[in-house]
Write a protein that binds this ligand. Sequence first.
Ligand SMILES: [Mg+2]
Ligand SMILES: [Zn+2]
Length: 167
Amino acid sequence: MKGIIFFDRDWVLNKKAAEHQYISKIDDFAWNKWAKELIKYSSDLWFTVLIITNQQWIGKGLFTIKDVEIIHNKINSDITDFWGKVSWFYICPHLASINCNCRKPKSWMLEQACNDYNFFDKTKMFLIGDSKSDIEAANNYWISSYKIEPDNIIEHIDNIKLLISKI
Ligand SMILES: [Mg+2]
Ligand SMILES: [Zn+2]
């Protein structure tokens, strides 16, 4: 493996839902086509692709970890059909209000991933996210990141590919 590319999930892999909406079932999940391309691009360059996602709706009881796993199985099979690979999903299921150790902007999920993959070269890691907490998590772990805007992400793809290619 050459390094690790971390992706946030919601509004990065999938299209932005309406305000205060969440993704609780497969039908809610609509791919951003460019995200599939970026995952494949990363996989082709021998990066390990990991998804790092806050899902506090689980903590609110709106859906379960099992529901999330069903969605993640679909992501996996779609991306495999596209000749890319997502190696693992890291999920914080906790409410923001309980101040857990794993929820972004804390970097715990990133640290955990690096321990799991026994890979610690931070110059060979990169995170793509859409929210401030994604970028702060990357900053807290001292790795590079890129903040996309969900509404005009297509403009970012060449920039991101260039940055990944230079890692
Ligand atoms: Mg997001
Ligand atoms: Zn948590």
